[in-house]
Unconditional design. Structure first.
Lengths: 131, 664
């Protein structure tokens, strides 16, 4: 759309700003690092807190499971002790001895008592050791 | 504009909903959340153990699974009942119908209930089977269940507990408050899936334990012999008590018929009754030991003074003549009045003692009031007020009629003579254990009833009862026995029956320094005789024979010479006198100190016995001399109550070369 006799020109201005020294704003940089640091710390705290929370939950489950296991083991222990005592009962042993094994009570000739030995009495008040 | 209005409405709606949820319904929803997230469970307290004097279990509690249903979560009650029934050990049509009824039971408003028991305290196998079914609406909870591993053993003494864990009978009821544990509570927090992840709990406490004076083995012997004796006599029942006369400790207490405390429901009252403390009976001639004690202690008579039994008949106004059961003993020494159990002789001596002094000695021997606090159901007995005792009544009392006593009172009275004159309160609890601390119950001497000299004189007379009197069938080969028989007609419908008697024998062994006093009472024997000498004395003999061997009491008649092991210069070891043949020596067990079995080789038999007895072990010996070998080997771990076999030889085992003390 240029009209005849007219011309267009362009003036290019050469800006040379490479000699301008850009000064580092120490304060702002410091603020930046500080902000980043604080942010990082906050994130870490947040992550740590979340980790703690989930660890607590995980340990809660684990502790719960262990307590259940312990309780179950205790129950088994008590049942086994009961079974042991039931198997040890004098009626049962005598029945097995006399009926299955054909044993008889010893007579005066077979059983000789040398000496009566009695274990010492426990003191009137004592602590019972658990097995 | 429209969009803005929609946005505002949306925001307002959300805000309103938030306000409603978080403010308006805050309390209700918080409560619901708490209910969903946390659950408070009650954990039952365990009852403490009951053990015998050697720590062997007599009563024990274990947790059992109780199965419950949430009927609202069950879709088909009939089908569920069928599946449950199929998993139970026993379930008939009636049980099935009851289960369906429980699962379909409705509240007043017509809705289903939210909790019903399916089976309380199921067996572990049943619980496992039902858990494997993985049924919706079926849950499990723990409840404590009491077990008696020895079943009928000492059942009357121990008693039993009800479904709510409360003691209902025997020691379980007497010591309920100290034995019963405290219920615990547990707050369990659960996640959205219902998994528990934390708990805050107040744990249930286990109740205190009781250590009894009972010896399990001795109790078994007493029950076995009593049952055999009662069965042989085809009697209605019987009771036997073994007691330590020096402390009042009850070593065994048995009644027949008996019951299984694990399944006490449906047991007859007769079987539940502890005859040793609940049955009042007229002791008959065994009571003559009280008459004799009073007469000797008061110096009314001496053992050698003569008593005319006047043809075996004595008369009192207004009653039938009292006889010596057809015997005419003529003139007897007072000792022989007791030995032959002359009613007429005892009456004449009783009349010489007089009502006041007789009443005094009856009280001194502990009659007329309960003898032991361990048995709240014990009958105090019936005794006369001395001021109301006329000659006729005094005559009856002198020979053991018109007084009501319990077998336990009678055992305590005989123990007075056995221990030299002191009345001890019978007791069955030896110690209580609470919080790991064992507190012993000391023996309680009530009073001195007679002097030791009087007790010694009576012991001599009672020895004669066994050797030459009415209780010859109580005689033991290796031990001296002192005792007295008793036979009393039973009062049936207010009249003395000629066909039903209470027959008894009371004695102590060995008669000098006795280990135990035993009373045996049999109710209405029908076969083998109707006297204490014929029925009760043999039972006593069997009990005493086995018990003395169990307790390891050395014979008092022709005892073996002491075991001596001498070392001479020329021969290493020579047994001067040693046990002959294979020997079995049993000793009361005690707790081991936890160490291994010591090296007993080279020790004398007696030293080895002492050492093993200290560890609570049973010893079997083979051979004679010193210990040359042992099984288990030294250092082995062995439980208290276990057996150790010792091989004895007159020559010691060869010592390894270079061993310590080797002379080479």
């Amino acid at each position: 759309m240029n009209k005849a006799g007219t011309f267009e020109y362009e003036i290019r201005k050469d800006f040379r700003n490479n000699q301008i020294v850009r000064e580092v704003d120490e304060r702002r940089l410091r603020d930046l690092w500080m902000s980043l640091g604080i942010g990082l710390v906050l994130v870490m705290v947040l992550l740590f807190s979340a980790w703690q929370h989930f660890e607590l939950l995980r340990h809660g489950y684990k502790l719960e499971q262990m307590q259940r296991d312990r309780s179950a083991e205790n129950d088994i222990n008590r049942h086994l002790r009961l079974e042991m005592e039931t198997l040890r009962s004098p009626q049962r042993i005598e029945k097995l001895a006399t009926e299955r094994l054909g044993m008889v009570s010893p007579g005066d000739a077979e059983a000789v008592v040398l000496e009566r030995v009695t274990p010492p009495e426990a003191p009137a008040r004592s602590v019972v050791a658990s097995r | 504009m429209v969009a803005a209005v929609v946005l505002v409405c949306w925001v307002v709606a959300i805000e309103v909903r938030l306000v409603v949820l978080q403010v308006w319904q805050h309390d209700e929803l918080s409560l619901r959340a708490e209910r969903q997230q946390s659950e408070t469970q009650k954990t039952p307290g365990k009852r403490g153990e009951i053990v015998d004097r050697h720590g062997r279990l007599l009563a024990y509690s274990v947790d059992a699974d109780t199965i419950y249903a949430v009927p609202t979560d069950i879709d088909d009650a009939v089908k569920a009942a069928d599946r449950l029934c199929g998993a139970f050990d026993e379930c008939d049509q009636k049980d099935r119908d009851q289960l369906v009824e429980r699962l379909t039971r409705k509240r007043r408003n017509g809705s289903l209930t939210s909790f019903q028991y399916v089976k309380r305290r199921a067996t572990p196998i049943e619980a496992k089977r039902i858990a494997a079914l993985e049924m919706k609406g079926i849950g499990f909870m723990k409840e404590s269940k009491r077990f008696y591993p020895n079943r009928e053993l000492a059942a009357h003494l121990l008693g039993y507990v009800g479904t709510d864990n409360a003691g209902l009978h025997g020691l379980e009821a007497t010591y309920d408050t100290s034995v019963r544990g405290r219920e615990g509570t547990m707050l369990v927090q659960t996640d959205a899936r219902g998994h528990a992840f934390s708990r805050l709990d107040r744990p249930p406490t286990t109740g205190g334990s009781l250590e009894l004076t009972i010896d399990e083995q001795l109790q078994f012997i007493v029950e076995r012999e009593l049952m055999a004796g009662v069965a042989a006599a085809r009697a209605d029942g019987g009771t036997a008590v073994a007691m330590d006369p020096h402390t009042g400790e009850i070593l065994a207490m048995a009644s027949w018929p008996t019951f299984n405390p694990n399944q006490y429901q449906g047991t007859s009252d007769s079987a539940l009754r502890n005859r040793a403390v609940q049955d009042l009976y007229e002791p008959g001639s065994t009571f003559k030991i009280v008459t004799a004690s009073a007469a000797l202690q008061e110096g009314v008579i001496t053992p050698d003074d003569l008593v005319d039994t006047q043809g075996g008949v004595i008369k009192f106004p207004g009653r039938r003549p009292i006889t010596d059961m057809g015997h005419d003993y003529g003139v007897l020494t007072f000792a022989n009045v007791i030995v032959k159990s002359s009613n007429v002789g005892a009456i004449k001596v009783g009349l010489m003692v007089g009502p006041e002094r007789m009443g005094l000695y009856i009280r001194r021997f502990g009659f007329g009031k309960p003898s032991s606090p361990d048995f709240p159901s014990e009958s105090p007995g019936i005794v006369w007020n001395p001021s109301k005792l006329n000659d006729s009544a005094l005559a009856s009392v002198s020979m053991g009629y018109q007084v009501g006593v319990t077998p336990l009172q009678m055992a305590a009275a005989a123990s007075v003579i056995a221990n030299g004159g002191t009345l001890y309160e019978p007791h069955v609890v030896r110690a209580t254990v609470k919080g790991g601390v064992r507190t012993a119950v000391p023996p309680k001497a009530v009073r001195r009833a007679i002097l030791p000299e009087t007790a010694a004189t009576l012991t001599t007379i009672m020895e004669s009862v066994v050797t030459e009197g009415t209780a010859k069938r109580a005689r033991l080969v290796n031990y001296t026995v002192a005792g007295k028989t008793g036979t009393a007609d039973k009062l049936v419908h207010g009249r003395y029956s000629s066909s039903q008697q209470n027959v008894s024998f009371i004695g102590f062994v060995p008669s000098r320094n006795p280990i135990m006093t035993v009373i045996v009472m049999v109710d209405s024997p029908r076969v083998g005789g109707d006297t204490g000498g014929a029925i009760a004395a043999p039972i006593f003999k069997n009990i005493a024979d086995a018990s003395l061997r169990l307790l390891g009491v050395t014979p008092t008649i022709n005892p073996l010479p002491p075991v001596l092991v001498a070392r001479r210069n020329d021969s290493p070891v020579t047994a001067a006198a040693a046990p002959m043949g294979p020997a079995v020596v049993t000793m009361p067990a005690s707790m081991s100190d936890g160490g291994g079995l010591p090296d007993l080789r080279g020790m004398s038999a007696r030293d080895a016995l002492r050492e093993l007895a200290r560890l609570g072990l049973t010893v079997r010996m083979e051979g004679a001399g010193v210990v040359v070998d042992q099984n288990p080997a030294p250092g082995s771990l062995i439980e208290p109550g276990g057996a150790c076999t010792l091989v004895l030889n007159r020559r010691p085992p060869p010592r390894p070369t270079g061993a310590l003390g080797d002379p080479r």
